[in-house]
Write a protein that binds this ligand. Structure first.
Ligand SMILES: [Fe+2]
Ligand SMILES: [Fe+2]
Length: 345
């Protein structure tokens, strides 16, 4: 397999070659130098100090050149959380904490690709592909590229399958362990919404619709600066105003896309509306808010409370459920009660 190795430190190259060759062909690309002409297939491995902004900017240009390569492996020492978030924002599909782990990861990618070709159905491998599809969707939108609805569909169907097979708790634990920021949030919301839909006895078509709405609900955040999205603590009023634009941004991104149903558009635009009219962006009230949106909003708030962030420990699920119970008037009480079993596991 071709491995494009992008680095800011030429001294790292011999060790990478020693590890990966001759099994793989390593094509080096050192920041500040001219790149390579072959840019069609293979794996991209990025080992660059992302804390240094000029390097991150150079890297963005190289990544544009290598946009056709879908597998993007980033080395982030010790999985430093803010850097992991940045890696995903730059388009990573996987993050490893040491370059040494690359051989195993690349072998997994190679195996997954071979399996994909053979239409294999190993759930763990399919799930990796689902998460990768999700990552690529977010990164496309962040970089102004077209959103591929097939990526969202693929990610959603894998999450539906996985939550249906292994339950919500396993999903929550795994996502919180391996993923960061908005990316983590969307995976959690989808898992929670799917578990909720399955628990209340939705048909499989309705579970898929709810899952798709959840997968896409915060897609507008891909257009919000990371400095605001990943800011620890409270946002100031200007930042808050910017972040509150994300439902409309998401709606605008999706409204012309074929295959996006009105229910999904409704979920994307209205998941921050409350029954008492105090939500945004349209200040909808009571019956103006559909059932799908009501379920999505409950899943969204719950997932946000239990997510794991660099600056906060995840809230226990029971405490998060108590908060939902205290939102009488904003959320539908009967639905919150129906959510109890899902919330408490
Ligand atoms: Fe949102
Ligand atoms: Fe959300």
């Amino acid at each position: 397999m071709l491995v494009y190795f992008v680095t800011d430190e030429p001294a790292k190259l011999p060790a990478i070659r020693a590890m990966l060759e001759p099994q793989h062909a390593v094509v080096p690309w050192v920041l500040d130098s001219d790149g390579t002409g072959v840019r069609a297939h293979g794996v991209l491995m990025v080992d660059v100090d992302l804390r240094q902004m000029p390097r991150a900017d150079q890297l963005k240009l190289i990544l544009q050149e290598l946009a056709a390569i879908s597998e993007r492996l980033f080395v982030v020492p010790n999985h430093a959380r803010s850097m992991v978030a940045q890696a995903y924002a730059l388009g990573a599909t996987a993050v490893i904490s040491r370059a040494k782990e690359a051989a195993l990861k690349i072998a997994q990618i190679e195996y997954a690709e071979a399996a994909k070709e053979k239409n294999a159905t190993d759930p763990a491998m399919e799930m990796d592909a689902g998460v990768a599809a999700f990552a690529s969707m977010f990164s496309n939108v962040r970089h102004g590229r077209p959103l591929k609805i097939a990526d969202a569909r693929r990610a959603t169907s894998q999450i539906v399958k996985r939550v249906g097979q292994d339950g919500l708790s396993t999903w929550l634990d795994e996502v919180r362990r391996y993923h960061e920021g908005t990316f983590q949030h969307c995976l959690l919301v989808t898992g929670v919404a799917v578990a909720f839909g399955l628990d209340v006895g939705f048909s499989s078509a309705d579970v898929s619709r709810l899952g798709m709405a959840a997968t896409l609900h915060d897609i507008g955040k891909a257009r919000i600066p990371l400095s605001i999205l990943d800011k620890p603590g409270r946002l100031d009023p200007d930042e808050d105003e910017i972040i509150r634009r994300h439902p409309v941004i998401g709606y605008e991104l999706l409204k012309g896309v074929s295959d996006v149903s009105p229910e999904i558009l409704d979920g994307v635009r209205h998941h921050h509306e409350y029954l008492d009219g105090s939500g945004y962006p349209d200040g909808l009230k009571g019956s103006q808010i559909s059932d799908l949106v009501r379920l999505l909003t409950i899943s969204d708030i719950f997932a946000a409370l239990v997510e794991s962030r660099a600056y906060k420990t995840p809230m226990p699920r029971s405490a998060a459920y108590e908060i939902l119970c205290g939102m009488e008037g904003k959320l539908e009480g009967a639905l919150v009660r129906a959510f109890r079993k899902v919330a408490l596991g």
